[in-house]
Design a protein around this ligand. Structure first.
Ligand SMILES: [Zn+2]
Length: 271
């Protein structure tokens, strides 16, 4: 019998989402299709009908994560319309999340699932046994840990010229911020950066999510993000027969990238 990766008890494993399905909600077109931009094939994207999943958890922890972390985030962030406030370029918005612990642990739960997953899309996401075990215990115990541990910092990402959302979900990508190894993943209108280290970073401590629930979000135009550049690169390279590795998910009906770091590309999505 396999074991559930979160509670370690024997369980029939479900096909668990890495990012909860509600984060893909705005990406689907009328036919419930989204673009998985992977730079492969002659188009550079695959049409998907569902978000990526892997067998990770039993019913025990599927419902636990759903109840404790996913539903509160859906209610307090997405349904509350918070991302729609980040619309003026360069402005630093200060928001207060109602439940610091659940909010922080929600983001960590996605990062941990991506780290556990054996899917090729998440091959670069590897927290290592020490961090995986620490985050696993934090999630089970509802413990957000010290403020400096796994700090979270966000860039609001939208089409700021059109004052519209930029419907995209990106896998966690490794980067470095404030001297910390950082994973950045865009969903729910924000590029969430999570620092992974066992020491303090001053930049993250000042700007990151605070234990009183305060979060500073800098509004950024999607054209200035590395994810937009990667998506444009992928789609253009596939056309030219030179795939580059990266994967992002975007709305199938309409995707446009113009003038991203000098790259001009307009992509008409699958209809
Ligand atoms: Zn479990």
């Amino acid at each position: 019998m396999p074991t559930c990766k979160l509670c370690l008890s024997e369980a029939t494993l479900r096909n668990s989402h890495i990012h909860p399905e509600f984060l893909y909600r705005d990406l689907y077109n009328d036919q419930h299709q989204l673009m998985g931009i992977n730079g492969e094939g002659h188009r550079g994207y695959a049409v998907l009908q569902k978000g990526l999943r892997d067998s990770l958890l039993g019913d025990c922890c599927e419902s636990f994560l759903n109840r404790e972390y996913e539903n509160p985030f859906l209610r307090d962030w997405i349904d509350a319309g918070v991302p729609e406030t980040f619309r003026d370029e360069g402005v630093v918005y200060s928001v207060k999340v109602p439940d610091y612990a659940r909010f922080k642990l929600f983001h960590l739960s996605i990062l941990l699932r991506a780290s556990w997953s054996g899917l090729g899309t998440y091959a670069d996401v590897s927290l290592g046994p020490k961090h995986e075990e620490r985050i696993r215990r934090m999630l089970l115990g509802g413990d957000p840990g010290k403020a400096w541990l796994y700090p979270i910092f966000g860039y609001g990402v939208a089409d700021l010229r059109g004052k519209e959302p930029w419907p995209i979900l990106s896998r966690p990508m490794v980067t470095e911020l404030g001297g910390l190894r950082t994973y950045a993943s865009i969903y729910a209108g924000v590029a969430w950066n999570i620092g992974v280290a066992s020491h303090l970073s001053r930049e993250f401590s000042t700007l990151g999510l605070q234990p009183d629930g305060t979060l500073h979000v800098i509004a950024t135009d999607f054209r200035d993000t590395v994810e937009a550049k990667l998506a444009a690169d992928n789609l253009r390279a596939a056309e030219a027969g030179r795939p580059v590795a990266a994967e992002l998910h975007g709305r199938a009906s309409r995707m446009e990238y113009r003038g991203v770091n000098g790259i001009r590309g307009i992509v008409r999505g699958h209809r």
